[in-house]
Structures are given as structure tokens and as C-alpha cells.
Design a protein around this ligand. Structure first.
Ligand code: NDP
Length: 341
């Protein structure tokens, strides 16, 4: 069983060398009488929150949402897998599932109730790491539940070409909003405009004055900001929000590698402009998973939503793929193929 272990807690930007490949010779099997399932991992998901799990635990924080990985242990993350052995009545050999699994070829899951059974297999199975999985659910809950969007509103999305951002933008367009996204390369900006149907997009790395850039794109101000990055971008957005605007704080990736997060300077705009700024975590919305899948599957079928993935081959490619999220190397949802069947 080939696997990827975390070497040690990470300080600063993650490096490939923070993770190491190893082979375990123990034969995994479902213990007699248990309700465990044995998974053959097919597609692994690289997600920014995994970096937070590489931090040394702060005292009293061991049980937080970001339960730290243990040095020397296999990295865990989300993935798509096939059930190859099962002691659980709800899971049969051959079923496809997605959920928390290990960065390894095979994983024994003792509490399979946490896994989602995959109902529709007539889409690429890797979509369950993205469009039909956790990032999609994040976009769905974050946009429809947290942003309180209305037709015709002005929507701005940062890290817009990524796993979550590209979906938020397409939902917003389907509702009839005016949508602008930012991303870190001209290739990504091009995708936003041509593939995902954003009204406009810009490369934030080429802009010296983000507040002025946003003013140019939103002369009348922003109603909804879908926040993925934080830092200087958030400050520039606050200056450009409209009265009664909403900010859904999905993530702050620009801060994850900093030992001391940057301050936000323009928070008084929340008061003067009566802005609602709300953080959220996708796991609180999984009761809406079926509704989300049905809606989004229909959009896929009708050709109203499309998805771009950045697929790399082989478990050994996983560390570099994860590291790449923090330099913007990924174009679209970062997926690692362990096996296709
Ligand atoms: P992406 O697929 O968008 O990958 C990360 C992207 O972030 C990179 O490609 C890069 O794009 C951008 N980025 C990296 N470093 C920086 C930086 N310093 N400043 C600005 N942009 C940066 O990731 P996801 O779509 O999976 O995640 C997007 C956000 O959503 C993250 O903050 C993540 O933590 C959050 N999230 C939150 C969830 C929740 O439940 N609240 C659930 C899932 C995700 P570029 O080239 O454009 O810079």
C-alpha cells in the first residue's frame, strides 16, 4: 500500500519535502464482524484547508475543525474511491463513494457513515472532488445561503478560477448577476471570460492599486463579495462595497502560510455601509447535499455549468500538486489520479 506521510509540522509555505512517500506492507482487510469498508482510492482532492492541518497544534486547539495531521502519519483528505470489501450493510463491493480518505492506494474506513455514496456515475467520477463534491457544496451554500443574492446584483469573486470560485461565478451568472472575477494569471483570466461566462475578469498580480481596479470594474460598487483570499484584496473590496452589501468569507488563502496574519484596515466600512460579512464552513450545509447535487447535475445536463480540472497522475504527484495551490500553479480544481478503476 503506497502512501504519502506528513514528515513534520509545516512553518511557512508548504514544500514537497514536507511530505514523503512510503510503502506499507500490512495487508488491509475488513475485520470480521466489523462495519468497516475497504476503499480503493481513485481520485484525491487537493484542498487549501489541508495546509491548516499541517500546523503544529496550538494548546487546546487539537479538537478544532482543522484537526492537525500527525507527523509520520498518512495524510488524509477528500477523495473518490471504490468499495472493494465491506462489512457495512449500506455499502456493497463495487459502490463508488466520496469523502474523507487517506493519501494512499487503499484505506480502511471504520466509520463509513461519513462517506457519501455516489448516485450518478454518468459524469466524470473526479467531479465528486469538485463540482459535485465539497467545493461545489461550498459554492452552493456560500452563494445561495450566505450571500442572499438577487438578480442584477454586482458580484465579485477572488481566486475565481479555482475549485470553488468557478462554480460561484456560474451560479451567479445563472441568476442574472453581473460577475467579475480575479485570478493570478492571464490564462486563468481568459478562462473566466471565455469558458465560465464571467462578464469581466482581471489578473490581480498585474494591478498596483486594487481599490482603483475594482472601482474601474464596479463604478457603482459591489453588492456581493465571495471572499477566497483575504489580505490586501479584502481591504480593497471593503472600500468598493455598496450599502447593504454582503461578504461571504469562504477562505483567506493569502494568510494560511503566514505565522502572523495581516491586519484588515478598512473594517469601519462594515459600519458606514451596513455590510453583512459572514464566515461559513461547508460541513454545516451537508443536509442540503442532495438538493445541491440534483440542481447542479441538471445544470450540467443542460450545458449550463462547466468545470475545469487540473489532473495530475499518480500518488507520488500529490505533494507537488498540494504545494501548487499556494503558488497558483493549478488551473481549475486540483485532482490527483491514483487509479481510474
Ligand atoms: P483553488 O482551486 O482556488 O486553489 C487555490 C488558489 O488560490 C490558487 O490557485 C491561487 O489562484 C489562489 N491563491 C493562492 N495563494 C494566494 C495568495 N497569496 N493570494 C491570492 N490568491 C492566492 O482553491 P479552492 O477553490 O479549493 O479554495 C478557495 C478558497 O475557499 C480557499 O480559501 C479555501 O480555504 C476556501 N474553502 C473554504 C471552505 C469552507 O467551508 N469555508 C471549503 C472549501 C474551500 P490564483 O492563481 O488566482 O492566485
Amino acid at each position: 500500500n503506497k502512501r504519502i506521510l506528513l514528515k513534520d509540522y509545516v512553518v511557512g509555505p508548504p514544500k514537497e519535502a514536507d511530505m514523503v512517500a512510503s510503502t506499507e506492507t500490512v495487508r488491509l482487510e475488513v475485520p470480521v464482524g466489523s462495519k468497516a469498508v475497504l476503499l480503493k482510492n481513485l481520485y484525491l482532492s487537493c484542498d487549501p484547508y489541508m495546509r491548516n492541518r499541517m500546523n503544529r497544534p496550538l494548546e487546546g486547539q487539537e479538537e478544532s475543525y482543522f484537526t492537525p495531521f500527525k507527523p509520520g502519519s498518512v495524510i488524509t483528505g477528500l477523495g473518490v474511491a471504490k468499495v472493494v470489501d465491506s462489512g457495512h450493510p449500506d455499502f456493497k463491493v463495487g459502490d463508488y463513494v466520496w469523502g474523507s480518505t487517506g493519501w494512499e492506494e487503499f484505506t480502511l474506513i471504520s466509520n463509513p457513515e461519513t462517506l457519501f455514496k455516489i448516485k450518478y456515475t454518468n459524469v466524470p467520477l473526479s467531479y465528486y472532488t469538485g463540482l459535485l463534491g465539497m467545493p461545489g457544496m461550498t459554492a452552493y451554500a456560500g452563494f445561495y445561503e450566505i450571500c442572499s443574492p438577487k438578480k442584477g446584483e454586482y458580484v465579485y469573486i477572488s481566486a475565481a478560477s479555482g475549485a470553488v470560485g468557478q462554480i460561484v461565478g456560474q451560479y451567479a451568472k445563472l441568476l442574472g448577476c453581473y460577475v467579475v472575477g480575479s485570478a493570478g494569471s492571464n490564462e486563468k483570466v481568459n478562462l473566466l471570460k471565455t469558458k465560465f461566462g464571467f462578464d469581466d475578469a482581471f489578473n490581480y498580480k498585474e494591478e498596483h492599486d486594487l481599490a482603483a481596479t475594482l472601482k474601474r470594474h464596479f463604478p457603482e460598487g459591489i453588492d456581493i463579495y465571495f471572499e477566497n483570499v483575504g489580505g490586501a484584496m479584502l481591504d480593497a473590496v471593503l472600500l468598493n462595497m455598496r450599502n447593504h452589501g454582503r461578504i461571504a468569507v469562504c477562505g483567506l488563502i493569502s494568510q494560511y502560510n503566514l505565522e502572523k496574519p495581516e491586519g484588515v484596515h478598512n473594517l469601519f466600512c462594515l459600519v458606514t455601509k451596513r455590510i453583512r460579512m459572514q464566515g461559513f464552513i461547508v460541513i454545516d450545509f451537508y443536509h442540503k447535499y442532495n438538493e445541491f447535487v440534483e440542481t447542479t447535475r441538471q445544470y450540467i445536463k443542460e450545458g449550463k455549468i462547466t468545470y475545469v480540472e487540473d489532473v495530475v497522475e499518480g500518488l507520488e504527484s500529490a505533494p507537488a500538486a498540494l504545494v501548487g495551490l499556494f503558488t497558483g500553479r493549478n488551473v481549475g480544481k486540483q485532482v490527483v489520479v491514483v487509479a481510474r478503476e
